[in-house]
Design a protein around this ligand. Structure first.
Ligand SMILES: Cc1cc2nc3c(=O)[nH]c(=O)nc-3n(C[C@H](O)[C@H](O)[C@H](O)COP(=O)(O)OP(=O)(O)OC[C@H]3O[C@@H](n4cnc5c(N)ncnc54)[C@H](O)[C@@H]3O)c2cc1C
Length: 509
């Protein structure tokens, strides 16, 4: 059977069109042996040993609220019943190494945790174990202003980092901008991006060097400090996006960018989502250097109005593109002229520009507040499922249109928003978990959307990662052989499968 026939069969099974049950990768049972995790008694012994080794009672907590916060997320589309049995709060790389060594000895799962804002159950604890929260490793260790790089600990938040760089008047900033509460360790974990990605790329493009504690406690550095190197395997690419399944990142050297001379923010509405998406694709093909280009559909604009999060401002409830322009004064002016002409050619309305920094913040706030606005719509019993896929950007209008129609036909309340310049869009779906069958309907729509993205040569996730929710989708996307390579890497670095088990791929059975 050819690879495409295998993929088609897998898609059909995954979508529930074939009744062969859950899609699971049973490849190579000899090579990948089922791990045996510590019993609850052994986990307790490990916790005790961690207390003794670090010499601090408070290094490890078993408080029930703490466990809940580290095993459950109201933002995540997928949650499971299990929780970690303890939360460790190391203060140094050496302590992280001690914790890993003890967990390795007892076969206790380790789940790294930074900002807790990931959306695919990425830090859930299906096998119990110890959540390692980096809250006390939140320092900027070195700033090399001349070299435009910085060394930070994993719990530095990207927003605080930018505040600090502004306060120190460096003229530099860190451009990767995911959820407001995200921290650098978790951002490495998911290879995140955000609204600035169309101009500045994703997390992988900003990491120079990582200090990583491996499953057995070994401490390694992936690189040194120059911006380029051809020395050996690119281990940065291995750890960035590995969702804590290969090691614990304890120090990160990041590139920094120069704060542009001039900024401008503008919004423009379109009569249909197809027009908006087509305008965005034309902007990309024209080679205009936008700093950000975001799309929100009419439902999302309505949700922002209803939530009042940008009051007193009210928005037109139409498909809308949000633009950020940055660069030199002349460059910004030229880019705005080009984008205005393209928008007009695609039936866009008048450009609305922010007059000053305060208005820039206000205009952009509708985009920044979008997920919170949707969450604010929840009534008792209802949940929001937020998911993302990415396709080559010429296919974006097609996938958004079909996916929106499917949701509407099923009577589901869903909004579309996305980083349209990267072909990456998100759907947020509101559903009532107490209504029988409603969650299943949503799940089916998400599966169909993913299958559609794959048919269009896209990916099941542009930035949220696989976590626990998209493992089957990953198998469909890359196939058994590529997943087999990933499993071999996992096994080589983590022979007992203790690092964040059950994420990205199933543990061997
Ligand atoms: C309102 C909102 C908006 C969002 N917008 C975006 C967006 O625009 N773009 C985007 O990409 N994402 C977005 N996200 C998702 C989220 O912000 C990102 O996934 C982010 O990268 C997660 O960072 P975190 O610090 O919260 O990580 P966590 O949730 O703590 O962890 C994420 C993953 O990384 C692992 N991990 C954490 N710390 C470490 C470490 N030190 N070493 C190794 N592994 C580690 C964890 O085990 C987990 O698998 C959004 C989320 C919210 C709530």
């Amino acid at each position: 059977m050819g690879a495409s026939a295998v993929a088609a069969g897998a898609v059909a099974r995954w979508q529930g069109k074939e009744k062969s049950g859950k899609l699971r990768d049973y490849s190579n049972p000899q090579k990948f042996v089922q791990p045996k995790y510590a019993s609850i008694r052994d986990m307790e012994a490990a916790i005790q040993e961690i207390r003794q080794a670090t010499g601090d009672e408070d290094t490890i907590s078993t408080d029930s609220e703490d466990l809940h916060r580290h095993g459950y997320s109201e933002w995540s589309s997928t949650n499971i019943d299990g929780l970690p049995v303890a939360v460790a709060y190391p203060k140094t790389t050496a302590e992280v190494s001690q914790i890993a060594k003890i967990c390795y000895k007892y076969r206790v799962p380790i789940i790294p945790f930074s900002g807790g804002s990931s959306l695919e159950g990425n830090f859930s604890a299906p096998f119990g174990g110890v959540s390692v929260d980096f809250a006390f490793m939140d320092q900027i260790l070195q700033l090399h202003q001349e070299d435009m790089d910085i060394v930070v600990q994993p719990s530095v938040s990207w927003m605080e980092l930018n505040d600090e760089l502004a306060k120190r008047q460096t003229g530099l900033f860190f451009p990767v901008d995911p959820g407001p509460s995200a921290k650098i360790g978790g951002m490495v974990g998911t290879n995140c991006s955000g609204t600035n990605a169309v101009r500045y790329g994703t997390m992988k493009d900003w990491v120079i060097n990582l200090t990583v504690v491996l499953a057995d406690g070994t401490v390694i550095k992936t690189k040194r400090r120059p911006r380029k190197t051809s020395a050996g395997y690119n281990l940065n690419s291995l750890f960035v996006g590995s969702e804590g399944t290969l090691g614990l990142v304890t120090e990160i050297t990041l590139k920094l960018a120069v704060v542009p001379q001039e900024f401008s923010v503008a919004v423009v509405t379109f009569p249909s989502i197809r027009d908006a998406a087509a305008a965005a694709a034309s902007v990309m093909r024209a080679g205009v250097q936008v700093a950000a280009m975001e799309i929100m559909d009419e439902v999302q604009m309505k949700v922002v109005n209803l939530s009042g999060s940008t009051a007193p401002r009210k928005w037109k409830e139409l498909p809308t593109l949000f633009f950020k322009f940055s660069g030199t004064k002349a460059g910004v002016k030229e880019n705005i002229a080009m984008v205005s002409a393209i928008a007009k050619a695609h039936r866009g309305g008048e450009f609305e520009f922010a007059k000053d920094a305060k208005e820039q913040k206000l205009l952009w706030s509708a985009r920044k507040e979008s997920l919170w606005s949707m969450l604010a719509m929840r009534k008792e019993g209802s949940e929001v499922w937020s998911t993302d896929v990415a396709v080559p950007f010429s296919r974006l209008a097609d996938i958004i249109e079909i996916s929106k129609k499917e949701m509407d036909d099923l009577g589901l309340f869903a909004s579309v928003l996305g980083h349209i310049g990267d072909g990456n869009f998100h759907e947020s779906i509101l559903y009532d978990k107490t209504v029988p069958g409603e969650r299943e309907k949503v799940e089916q729509c998400v599966k169909n959307m993913v299958a559609r993205a794959l048919e269009m040569e896209g990916t099941c996730t542009g930035e949220h990662g696989i976590g626990i929710g998209k493992k089957e989708a990953l198998l469909m996307e890359v196939g058994i052989d590529t997943l087999g390579v990933m499993k071999s890497i996992k096994q080589a670095l983590d022979p007992h499968w203790i690092m964040n088990p059950g994420k990205i791929m199933d543990v061997p059975i």
